[in-house]
Design a binder for this molecule. Sequence first.
Ligand code: CP
Length: 335
Amino acid sequence: MKHFLSINDIGDIKSAISTCQAIKRNPYLGQGIAKGKTLGLIFLNPSLRTKISTIKAAQNLGFNVLPIDVSDAWALEYNEGAIMDQDKAEHIKEAAAVIGRYCDIIAIRAFAKLKHKAEDEKEQIFQSFVQYAGKPVVNLESALRHPLQTLADLLTIESYREKLEKNKKPKVVLSWAPHVKALPHAVANSFVEGIQKMDYEFVITHPEGYELDDSFTKDAKVEYDQEKAFCDADFIYVKNWSSVKEYGKVINQDKNWMIDHKKLLHTSQAKVMHCLPVRRNLVIADEVLDSEHSIVIEQAENRLYSVQYVLAELLHSNNEKLVKNEYKEAIYDEC
Ligand code: CP
């Protein structure tokens, strides 16, 4: 793995999940393999889970963690050949290259701005760091994807899969739910991308007009009737997203799409998932979040093991033989 920009950067997803499970059993596997290495963190948007899990996982491996403060110096020029006589004081070519000299891995969060689809789809900051930093880049949520979340989501489903009826293929439903703000598509896109690598029955449900980009959904089943979609479901992944067709717009806030206890009656005692933060009694009712149906806290805990796997894997793939051998002994031999 050279960079971790999407779940597709993981070659064998089942083996990755099994390594995450080994890390979960012993988070100090591979302790010290990142001694003397620096992880640079660039957050252009707020975070609770991603920031803390990444720092904690990096510390477990022995990284020095370097949060890069971008608050005032981040008016960067991205255009090739720009005459920089306006407000932009530094070009991304120098900024990324310099950060690459200070860090061994660079992790970035930069959400969609939800104004212009084509602009968001360029994922300019990620592409620029890949091009100019010369170091592995980790996606901590981009305009299009949140693959660390997806890896944790798959790890969570696989942990509960063992409790299902033997040999039952899990039925997983991704359900849109109402929200007051226009939210990006990254979590839903990545989840769809990851789920399609697994042997699950998968259904997406949302009101008409909220179709996700078909470059992600491909031939995934879409059921516009939420009740029908939930029938016999084992896992319901709840998430709001804004319209793709009317890019970044909230076109429907139908409160009937909120997940409450009644909606779970015809499921197979479904476990309810959400990436968090979640707005209670708007997206998911208290009676569900406070019940045994909810596995959102374990899902958030699993963020630790997914990012620790990715950081260790990037070191393994991009560093000298010594690290490879230590890593192999510490982690792979455990699986
Ligand atoms: N799920 C998730 O990415 O949470 P944060 O925005 O708090 O990092």
